[in-house]
Design a protein around this ligand. Structure first.
Ligand SMILES: NC(=O)c1ccc[n+]([C@@H]2O[C@H](COP(=O)([O-])OP(=O)(O)OC[C@H]3O[C@@H](n4cnc5c(N)ncnc54)[C@H](OP(=O)(O)O)[C@@H]3O)[C@@H](O)[C@H]2O)c1
Length: 244
């Protein structure tokens, strides 16, 4: 399969957590801005991509806040297959949502100065009513898998339909680990914020989820280490794979 270069781009605290009260502080926000600039700023480092991919929980936490979508169960059947609502959108938010649960209220999301068109990545578990809900709002969707998400199919469709040579994998930890174990991650790009809050049990960049993945010793190879303007550390690793 021809697939894009996939870069897992994440920011985390000094104690390795990707969520927590350190994030909205001045130090946390300055680091998040550096993180944003690397993929979406005017002088960004990653220039070949047309958007980033996130898991359903990340979308709930950041955008849809666990609301339930208001669906019309009696709506007429929608055409089968994928649906591209805005073929000219310059930037996309690829939203993994296998069952069709996210209660979007529009067809874009805003992240600092970037507006990105929403592309839902569904499976055949998503209902006709949910697909009609997306169509009515001008949201695009792709179908990858029957009962569970087919990651390779999702990447193939994103690559072909959006002519993408580079794809940013933007978390959370569950989705990231699935991509690493599926050998669908080429680089880890990690912005380490010079802050921590000590929260026990907060998530890290990789989380084995019993439904999809297990814990597997895996090695990475550091190829760049840079200090960013705010004092964050930017580390880039190649993914070696499981350690024998
Ligand atoms: N610091 C950062 O850089 C950063 C970046 C992004 C996110 N985050 C944070 O990370 C947290 C969410 O992480 P998370 O790990 O709980 O959730 P996640 O990775 O955002 O989403 C996981 C969900 O994706 C769906 N999914 C489908 N197939 C999957 C597969 N093969 N592997 C993994 N997920 C699959 C499932 O949805 P269903 O349950 O609907 O089946 C699953 O529950 C949020 O709090 C967010 O704010 C931090």
């Amino acid at each position: 399969m021809t697939r894009p270069q996939i870069i897992c781009h994440m920011h985390m605290s000094l104690d390795g957590k990707i969520v927590g009260s350190y994030l909205p502080t001045d130090v946390g926000m300055a680091s998040q801005r550096e993180y944003y600039n690397l993929i979406l700023g005017t002088d960004r480092h990653y220039r070949q991509h047309k958007g980033w991919l996130s898991g359903r929980i990340s979308s709930e936490d950041n955008f849809t806040h666990y609301r339930a979508p208001r669906l019309d169960e009696s709506v007429s059947p929608v055409p089968s297959g994928d649906h591209i609502a805005d073929p000219d959108a310059p930037m996309h938010y690829f939203s993994v949502d296998p069952s069709g649960r996210l209660a979007w209220e529009g067809n874009t999301i805003d992240y600092f100065e970037t507006t990105a068109h929403i592309v839902e990545i569904l499976t055949n578990k998503a209902s006709n009513a949910y697909k009609a809900f997306l169509r009515a709002q001008g949201i695009s969707y792709l179908i990858a898998g029957d009962d569970s998400l087919d990651l390779h199919e999702a990447v193939r469709k994103i690559s072909e339909l959006f002519d993408v040579r580079e794809l940013i994998l933007g978390g959370g930890g569950g989705l990231n680990w699935s991509f690493v174990l599926a050998e669908l991650c080429d680089e880890i790009s990690l912005v380490i914020t010079p802050a921590a809050d000590g929260t026990k049990d907060a998530q890290s960049i990789f989380e084995a989820d019993g439904r999809y993945t297990t814990a597997v010793p895996t090695s990475f190879e550091l190829h760049h280490a840079d200090r960013l303007d705010d004092g964050s550390l930017w580390l880039r690793y190649a993914v070696n794979g499981p350690i024998e």
